[in-house]
Design a protein around this ligand. Structure first.
Ligand SMILES: Cc1cc2nc3c(=O)[nH]c(=O)nc-3n(C[C@H](O)[C@H](O)[C@H](O)COP(=O)(O)O)c2cc1C
Length: 225
């Protein structure tokens, strides 16, 4: 345990942060590997990340932009992937929900360190149908369903006890039959760009980017690392 010094300087970490680095040597990514459909290739990489037991494999950074053009990023969990896009669930009245109302442009980032891989996705977000949100909500454990009612996500609360009080209140009110809150549901990011990054030695990484053309076809290109 490192003690903070009294003169308000930060504690000295065990290793100088500037000296932390890794040379990536696991794999290469060639244009011929990806095929022409980036969603299919994403699925392949996701399966490989699952097989490699990547920690929280479906965790992704979601970046949104507010009405003033200011970006905000946080982790959410990928809960669905189909030929339209990437689905996650949240509180529609959260900060991210307000951002998406103001500006539907958003970005996702997956980092699968165990495989030395990153995937970046950019596009427009839309709400999933109420039926999709209902189906996923009802598949969640009871505690998570009550939690969705109990937490006014992203608002300031006086202390933690408010969450427990809400939880108990809704538990009594619904008596095991918990409907989806109207303010909670899914979003789908419809990708316009997807980039696959494979770490390589000496920072000579591979980057293959797919961009959606106006004719709804994907254009593939290699980017400099
Ligand atoms: C591993 C992990 C998974 C998370 N998954 C979700 C999720 O699926 N949905 C969600 O609303 N928040 C999730 N969160 C919490 C968000 O990062 C964030 O704190 C919350 O959504 C409020 O964000 P906002 O105030 O920007 O709206 C997750 C956090 C972590 C660390």
């Amino acid at each position: 345990m490192v003690e903070a010094k009294s003169n308000n300087t930060l504690p000295v970490p065990a290793k100088n942060i500037a000296d932390i680095r890794k040379d990536y040597q696991l794999a290469a990514l060639d244009e011929s590997h990806t095929g022409d459909d980036p969603l299919l290739f994403f699925h392949k990489w996701f399966s490989e990340a699952e097989e490699a037991q990547v920690n929280e494999v479906n965790a992704m950074t979601l970046a949104t932009v507010d009405a003033y053009g200011k970006p905000h990023a946080r982790i959410v969990l990928l809960k669905g992937l189909d030929d339209k896009g990437f689905v996650f669930f949240t509180n529609y009245t959260s900060a991210k929900g307000h951002n998406i109302d103001d500006n539907p442009h958003a970005a996702l980032v997956f980092f699968w360190g165990e495989l030395e891989r990153q995937v970046r996705v950019e596009g427009i977000i839309e709400k999933v149908t109420a039926e999709e949100s209902d189906a996923y909500f009802q598949s969640r454990p009871q505690g998570s369903r009550l939690g969705a009612w109990a937490s006014p996500q992203s608002t300031v609360i006086a202390d933690r006890s408010i969450l427990y009080e809400n939880y108990i209140k809704y538990d009594k009110e619904f008596d095991g039959n918990i409907p989806r809150p109207p303010h909670w549901g899914g979003y789908r990011l419809l990708p316009a760009e997807i980039e696959f990054w494979q770490g390589r030695s000496s920072r000579m990484h591979d980057r293959i980017r797919f961009k959606m053309n106006p004719g709804n076809t994907w254009e593939k290109a290699r980017l400099a690392p």
